[in-house]
Design a protein around this ligand. Structure first.
Ligand SMILES: O=P(O)(O)OC[C@H](O)CO
Length: 194
């Protein structure tokens, strides 16, 4: 007797409105809340710096939770792969611009990081018809370092400990540039192979 063909298994459909994607959108919504606190206070007092830091950390925490949910419950979607790094960049980029605008961080640091972040985003769209360049491990480490450095600059850290901020930002800067180069190589390979 001829083998019966195996019944086709319908592909699992993951809703766009899943908890991981909703958390990504929450992160984007928290950006204007963060901006309002910083602009209203000018980061002039410890209370406003603590409030800004807590909102920034809360928004950043959604980055770790949405990734965890997406992997644990297999809720990885193309929307999430694209929107998650964009939401990260909106949050960290806004924080960096505001830190420079309020004289807490040199502008060249902000400009260099923003150039890499939005350059990589443009690169992702440039190759999107050949495939999605998902966040790499290095990219995730870069985000952790940027978040830690920004939080350090926002929090009213007492004098002896404030030297840690520039070291954290320096490490973030190096990993930001190196991983940016890695994405350029990935994008060029993707174009070459299609
Ligand atoms: O370095 P990217 O652009 O892949 O961004 C990494 C993400 O922010 C990790 O969540």
């Amino acid at each position: 007797m001829a083998d019966e063909p195996a019944p086709a298994v319908p592909p699992r459909v993951v809703s766009l409105y899943n908890p991981a994607n909703i958390l990504t959108v929450v992160r984007i919504i928290l950006v204007p809340v963060f901006v309002a606190i910083v602009v209203a206070s000018g980061l002039a007092d410890n209370g406003s710096r603590i409030a800004a830091c807590l909102v920034f950390c809360l928004a950043s925490a959604t980055d770790f939770v949405d990734g965890w949910i997406a992997r644990k419950w297999s809720m990885v979607t193309s929307f999430g792969k694209i929107a998650d790094p964009i939401a990260d960049k909106a949050l960290t980029g806004t924080a960096l611009i505001l830190l420079s605008a309020y004289d807490r961080l040199p502008w060249w640091v902000t400009v260099l990081i923003l150039a890499r972040e939005w350059g990589v985003t443009a690169l992702r769209f440039w190759v999107i018809r050949y495939g999605v360049i998902a966040a790499s491990r290095g990219g995730k480490l870069k985000t952790v370092l940027q978040i830690a450095a920004i939080a350090w600059y926002l929090w009213p850290v007492p004098s002896p400990a404030d030297v840690v901020g520039p070291w954290l930002m320096g490490a973030a800067l190096v990993v930001t540039v190196v991983t940016g180069g890695d994405y350029v190589v990935q994008a060029l390979r993707l174009r070459r192979d299609h």
